[in-house]
Ligand binder design. Sequence first.
Ligand code: SF4
Ligand code: SF4
Ligand code: SF4
Length: 352
Amino acid sequence: MTDVYQRLANYLDDLPAGFPPTETGVELRILKRLFSQQEAQIAPGLTMMPEPVAAIAQRLGRDEAELAPMLEEMSKKGLIFRSTKGGEKHYMAAQFVIGIWEYHLNDLDEGLIRDVNEYLPHLTKTRWIKQETKQLRVVPISQSINAEMSVMPYEMAEEIIKKQSKIVVSPCICRREHEMVGKGCDKLKEACLIFGTGAYYYEENGLGRSITQDEALVILNSGLEAGLVLQPGNAQKPSNICLCCGCCCQILKNLKILDRPAQVVHANYYAEVTMEDCTACEACVDRCQMDAIEVEDTARVDPDRCIGCGLCVTECPEDAMTLKQKDGADQYVPPKNTFETYLRMARERGKI
Ligand code: SF4
Ligand code: SF4
Ligand code: SF4
């Protein structure tokens, strides 16, 4: 008989973002830390569609009244996702990343952090990088965009924020977990903006606080001052915007070790230096979270490393660094919404 944790791991790996096995079995260690035996048995009964308890109980052949408090408890522990529709609770599967890991923001410990840091490079290498459709993309900071560019509203963080009726800001789990093991940075602590249904879940689970659009714009601005990369969810109507640093962010950190990170990031821009204007002052170098800039006689941007975040542009005192838009054929158009993103990911992996 397959072990419940192995069955849970297989199930999580079948979800769009995956949960690939390792030779060391660290992924099973992580699941044992997070799920009780009973929870590990129940979780694989959920799908990527929100469903009321009755539908889940019927599929699992379980008693609805007995299952309801278990699902509620699991959703509070960040093992599955919960939403409310027409006053009725609905539950659905949570992926490991982005999902279960992030939902454990408030109950991290050194053992879990160690195991997850052993595991995430493997997940990035075997799933995130190989997956054609990613969960996040990069958009440029608005101050780096010039008037001649035709920028889509979904590429502008301010426009995305102004469309939201419910926003929660959450502490950045990447910075928190690094700080807990003495490897943190001094960048913004509250750096994850969550929208819509996810925002209610975060708020109800004590993972963040509700803020207004104006407050979100202030946080966005603080993120830009701190030199953070804007990574919205990979959808025209994203469910989040992350403000990320290259030192702690589990995505950027693991992409940064590649020779050509630009090839595995959804981005429509790149930076370019006007050599005649560059004084080789190096102000742009530290600003780049992807180590894409080298300065000798003048600055040079490595196109294979530049993810078009625009952070270097605003730092250049000579206006020598500018952002360019990729050609039409190379322009990335994100899926319409998060549901479509996951559908694409599942199709690409042959899971549907
Ligand atoms: S993805 Fe970015 S903002 Fe989100 S938790 Fe990680 S570093 Fe923080
Ligand atoms: S060179 Fe670095 S800072 Fe500038 S746009 Fe590219 S990735 Fe961003
Ligand atoms: S900040 Fe501007 S002037 Fe200074 S090295 Fe970079 S591109 Fe050149």
